[in-house]
Ligand binder design. Structure first.
Ligand code: ATP
Ligand code: MG
Length: 442
């Protein structure tokens, strides 16, 4: 205990902050949301230190609009909670406070240090698994330690709206100017502590247009397989961030190049090797990136349905070759693919249900006679199903005329629609009239 105390008092600060003034960095306090400013100033008036941290500071310096503003402080969660009437404590593993102003939520976290870097015996056993992954979560620390536990130097900048200063412990400001993404500390150790940082490296490099520092990049090649030991739900969250980053195309290409996709989307290699599969996946990703750029909503279910579609096609075909009828074969194929995927990257049920709907609608787009097209138009997932069909046409899997037909059909008057219906599916209608015929056909 005493040794630890002496260590903590005398060995610090080996790594004091560089304080960067406004006239150098140019970020005025008005660039920070009024809610975040209110949170930092109220904490400071109560005698605590408080800074805007992480992604927001980085994005402001890059001239981008921050997604949200996080605040770090030396006040503990209960103290923060006591200052803000509209606030609540969240999180079980590590308690954070959400402070609300109108619709905006500011996440306030207490400075903390990484358990893994803690040398004292007090930290006990079981902090990491056999691969070095941190199991126990962080504990409270000081500001310097809080900077130390962060991943990249550009993510460890602290901005004080009241003085308009940036506090930089790890040279993040210079790295940012040089577009360099550099891990704090020893990269291999930090990836072992949390393999998800490898995915974050890929995402930030693609999204921010930064280059990975050589030492930050080097260990990824050999450590990639550690992603297999990360809980599936966490992997899913991180993959989702990556795919919805607005830069999914470069992210996926980089994941592939680094060999990181094996544990995530194991079939990606197979899919991308088939020219049609590659065209399909890339069209879906480009489409997503465009929507993000236009600030339109993006559906994770649609995205994952796209990524796995060609795998479903293969399984569907195989089942039909074994003699199964098309519709049941499609349902079996969907279950098969989702079952395999679930072992690697658990896609939550709320998404898999929608994915199945999008997939199962695909066979219905081929039926363009009788009442069926009208019923399909009314289906709650028609839009998603149709957008999916368009991608299939774009990739050459489905005749472009089918997509065009549906485009026209939607736009046509009811009279014109009647005229568009195909007559050539009459045999199917006859079959439907027979008792017990194709009950599960739709
Ligand atoms: P984005 O704009 O994508 O949200 P961000 O930098 O804000 O980027 P978050 O995932 O929101 O990323 O995390 C907030 C901050 O927490 C990061 O900037 C980083 O300092 C720290 N952080 C997040 N995840 C990790 C991690 N796995 N290891 C170390 N530090 C992390
Ligand atoms: Mg963030």
């Amino acid at each position: 205990m005493i040794r630890k105390f002496i260590q903590r008092v005398f060995e610090k600060p080996k790594n004091g902050p560089v304080v960067i003034p406004l006239k150098k960095h140019g970020i005025r306090r008005e660039s920070v949301s009024s809610c975040a400013r209110k949170v930092t100033s109220s904490l400071q008036e109560a005698g605590f230190s408080a800074f805007v941290v992480g992604g927001a500071v980085r994005d402001l310096l890059l001239g981008r609009k921050p997604k949200d503003f996080d605040v770090a402080t030396d006040a503990d969660p209960d103290q923060v909670r006591a200052i803000f009437r509209r606030s609540r404590i969240i999180g079980r593993r590590f308690r954070l406070v959400h402070v609300m102003c109108g619709a905006e939520v500011i996440e306030v976290s207490t400075f903390r240090r990484s358990h893994a870097s803690d040398e004292s015996e007090e930290a006990g056993e079981g902090r990491t698994d056999v691969h070095g992954r941190v199991l126990a979560d962080n504990v409270f620390g000081n500001m310097e330690e809080d900077a130390q536990r962060r991943d990249f130097t550009v993510n460890a900048l602290f901005y004080d709206p009241s003085t308009e200063e940036i506090w930089d412990y790890h040279g993040g400001y210079a790295d940012l100017r040089e577009s360099k993404l550099r891990m704090i500390g020893d990269p291999a150790t930090r990836y072992r502590e949390d393999p998800v940082r490898m995915l974050r490296a890929v995402r930030f490099a693609a999204k921010l247009g930064m280059k990975l520092d050589r030492k930050t990049e080097a260990p990824i090649e050999t450590l990639g397989e550690l992603l297999q030991h990360v809980p599936e739900a966490r992997l899913f969250e991180e993959m989702l961030k990556l795919l919805m980053s607005g830069h999914s195309v470069p992210c996926i290409l980089e994941l592939r190049r680094a060999g990181l996709h094996h544990g995530l989307l194991p079939m990606l290699d197979v899919i991308l090797e088939q020219p049609m599969g590659e065209r399909f996946v890339m069209a879906a990703l480009r489409n997503t990136d465009e929507r993000v750029a236009e600030e339109k909503p993006v559906s994770p279910a649609f995205l994952f349905a796209s990524l796995l579609w060609h795998e479903v096609l293969v399984a569907w075909k195989a089942a039909q070759e074994k003699g199964e009828r098309p519709v049941p074969a499609l349902f079996d194929a969907m279950d098969h693919v989702l079952g395999l995927q679930q072992e690697k990257l658990a896609i939550p049920r709320r998404y898999t249900a929608t994915m199945k709907e999008i997939w199962s609608l695909q066979s219905r787009f081929l039926q363009r006679s009788g009442r069926r097209p009208y019923l399909l138009l009314e289906h709650p997932r028609f839009r998603a199903g149709y957008d999916f069909l368009v991608l299939r046409c774009q990739s050459g899997e489905v005749d472009a005329a089918v997509g065009k037909w549906w485009e026209d059909f939607q736009a046509a008057s009811s009279e014109a629609r009647e005229g568009m219906l195909l007559a050539d599916e009459a045999p199917k209608r006859r079959r439907r009239r027979r008792p017990k015929a194709t009950p599960a056909a739709t």
